[in-house]
Design a protein. Structure first.
Length: 392
């Protein structure tokens, strides 16, 4: 809405709407003089608006609001447009004037309260917005919108218990599935409990997360981390397996940790079998690199390089090529032609520099590290590893 031409077009649209409302006023007015006064104020306000004199325009529209509630709709819309344009103070002023009008019907008052709540949210006044939205929920007015806004507020404030409560009520009110989000709220509580070294409480929250979202990859990964740190390596492996079943696209995030559990249990052959099986089912270079690393440890650099070379032909990957060049260096670090490896690796590094490793499946936001909630569109569980030549 920062485009002046677009803003002027919107202003004209609002003007047309107000003109229609004034026509209704004309039909119901008792005197010609009343209409002439309204008509004069209307065109005066519209003129201010078109000349980008917003404060003067608002004063005129506030006077109109005091005169008749018939102008409520266009003035509510105008306030919303100010908010979207980033002029939150003006939006609040216009919407508060609507509420201040004497004898305003309740159906109008609650809509104005909803608008002011959104104004407060845009201004970062979350406490004030929370009070208004809670009031609307209490009186059962515009409940879905109010609950949705409360969920957004509690997410920003990281008040996860209140977020769970409001999201559950929103789900009941709208039949919209909120289980994925609620599952993540429980995971946030589990992470908080772990930061306070309370594993028992964390596991309770993880159980709740899996109760509402049986495919919660995050809950299984947190569970795996708890078991791995407690040296319960087999249980950690079980959790990693469940994470793969829930959503295998996340494997690049945790496959090295999973491999470490097998090695701690001295189960290298089982690890090899598991990785080979996964490679037949899923794409991505991380599986290959993890197995190549294992081969380096047990069979030597030459065997690992041969394996990796064969796999890169099947799964083109600059990341894989860089790993192969590193193995080539280890094979013959004293060779005269070693310089070319440095050159190639430097070129690969420049090519991949700044390239996102993960991407939001909803809005396309690119990231270098995992975000369980997309920083851009705010959806949960949608930022996942990218698969392709320049990534996985």
């Amino acid at each position: 809405m920062n485009n002046p031409i677009l803003w002027t077009s919107v202003a004209l649209l609002v003007g047309v709407l107000m003109g229609l409302y004034l026509a209704l006023i004309l039909k119901s007015s008792n005197t010609k003089r009343t209409f002439e006064q309204l008509n004069h104020r209307y065109f005066k306000g519209l003129n201010y608006l078109l000349n980008d004199e917003s404060d003067k325009a608002i004063d005129v529209f506030i006077q109109l609001a005091e005169t008749s509630h018939e102008t409520f709709e266009p003035q509510l819309a105008l306030g919303n447009l100010y908010r979207r344009k980033g002029e939150v103070d003006r939006a609040i002023k216009l919407h508060q004037a609507l509420i201040a009008k004497a004898e305003l019907p309740e159906r109008y008052r609650t809509r104005a309260l909803l608008a002011i709540g959104k104004d407060y949210m845009s201004a970062g006044l979350l406490d004030r917005a929370e009070v208004l939205f809670s009031e609307l929920v209490e009186i059962e007015a515009h409940t879905p919108e109010a609950l949705q806004s409360l969920v957004e507020i509690y997410q920003q404030e990281q008040d996860w218990l209140q977020a769970i409560k409001s999201a559950s009520r929103y789900q009941t009110a709208t039949n919209r599935n909120m289980n994925r989000s609620i599952g993540h709220y429980y995971c946030e509580l589990a992470e908080l409990a772990l930061s306070q070294r309370d594993e028992v409480e964390a596991e309770k929250y993880l159980s709740s997360a899996l109760r509402v979202d049986k495919k919660s990859v995050r809950a299984h990964l947190i569970g795996a981390r708890i078991n791995q740190s407690s040296k319960n390596f087999q249980q950690a492996i079980n959790e990693y397996d469940l994470a793969i079943k829930a959503d295998a696209t996340y494997m690049p995030i945790f496959i090295e940790d999973m491999a470490a559990c097998y090695l701690e249990l001295k189960q290298g052959e089982l690890l090899e079998q598991k990785l080979l099986k996964l490679m037949k089912q899923y794409q991505g270079i991380s599986l290959v690199l993890t197995l190549a690393d294992y081969y380096t440890q047990v069979n030597g650099v030459d065997a690992a390089a041969d394996f990796l070379s064969q796999q890169i032909k099947k799964r083109g990957s600059f990341k894989g090529l860089d790993a192969l060049l590193e193995l080539n260096y280890q094979q013959d670090s004293k060779a005269q032609n070693f310089d070319y490896i440095d050159v190639l690796r430097e070129l690969i590094a420049k090519l991949l520099k700044g390239k996102p490793k993960l991407r939001c499946r909803k809005c396309g936001f690119g990231a270098q590290s995992l975000h369980w909630q997309c920083p851009s569109c705010k959806h949960w569980g949608v930022v996942k590893p990218i698969y392709g030549l320049e990534s996985e």
